[in-house]
Ligand binder design. Sequence first.
Ligand code: NZQ
Ligand code: ZN
Length: 395
Amino acid sequence: MKDFKYYAPTEVAFGQQAEEQVAPLIRKYGGTKVLVHYGGRSAERSGLLDKICNLLSQDGIPFVKLGGVVPNPRLSLARQGIELCRQEGIDFILAVGGGSVIDSAKCIAYGVCMDEDVWNLYLGKTEVPKTMLPVACVLTIPAAGSEMSEASVITNEDGGVKLGYSNNLSRPKFAIMNPCRTFTLPPYQTAAGVTDMMMHTMERYFTIDDDMDLTTDIAEAMLRSMMNAVFAVLKNPEDYRYRAQIMWGGSLMHNGLTGCGVQDDWATHQLEHELSGMFDVTHGAGLAAVWPSWARYVMHQNLSRFVRFAVNVMQVPNDFTDPEATALRGIEAMERFYHAIGMPVNIKELIGRDITDEEIQEMVRKCSRDYTATCGALKVLNAQDMEQIYKMARG
Ligand code: NZQ
Ligand code: ZN
């Protein structure tokens, strides 16, 4: 069993009035002047942004606002944010939104404390930072899990390059989660969010080290819960009970809990980041388009895991005489689940047209860092493997 560290320092305030706690929480974590960072229009439309700003004003906490974060958040806005924080003497960043806003906030928080361009961090061309501004969030979409994670993912528009950087320093100080704030999510974002959070656990579940039964059992229970909950909220978007399961599930599925004692994989994520870097698609939908092909390509590395997934998660009957057939039926059941919640199962369904060979080559080049890097752990994928998987996924 793999040794592990479990570090989940984020304070969570969860419930229907959770945002009322924003000002005392900022004070608790040392904020004296705040950048309130947000996305497009959803937080304005719902009144959440005004509410947060009023709560800060009432408590006498000065703040500056910076909106405009788009899904697959852009480096250029983060650079603007870094300048703004320096000019204004900001010492705390509050993200109001989803993974894109939180990741942009993390990028700004690193950059303010660096004396070189923040992109070097994502390129792995600089020293590991020892400090950054504190980040916290008011979450509006359960999906990326960034509210408790150590990761941030940024897209450089110059070349459409999407890269992640992970450091425990960036785990948010606190995360405010009010499930009512997710009632306004469109069905597509709801489904893509659940697909993403499930994948965060599946990236850790499909492993060679299968000694850690407790982690596996927790993972299977969470996957079943999310599949159950997503149908309930697609039917009734204001179902508090199931919106709450999903909101908390999104955090638990990416805060390290489902990775304790196992070797994680992340190949599906890396293959997907090239899709969202090139086509600006929704991350969760991109994962659904890649995973079935990845699964078919690698399943023989640990067939019994795929059988276990088929039976315990997808509720497929176990054909004890033919484990490969059972494993394949599990993958097919996952494809039916994706279709049932409005997700694609291949790239054609994702982007609405055939992907070209040139586009596949470009994604392989980027994903393999100019043919120098591999990805994945269950099966270590080189550039040829990546190409095969993208071709299988083209649809
Ligand atoms: O911009 P607004 O108007 O707010 O609209 C957003 C956006 O269009 C909308 N939305 C958010 N809350 C809403 C709402 N609409 C109605 N009602 C609400 N309450 O939803 C859209 C998607 O938002 P976004 O923040 O992009 O979603 P998500 O949380 O899925 O974040 C995706 C980003 O996170 C990265 C992904 O790669 C992608 O860039 N990831 C970050 C990770 C991390 N930091 O640990 C891990 C993940 O694997 C992922 O890679
Ligand atoms: Zn993800």
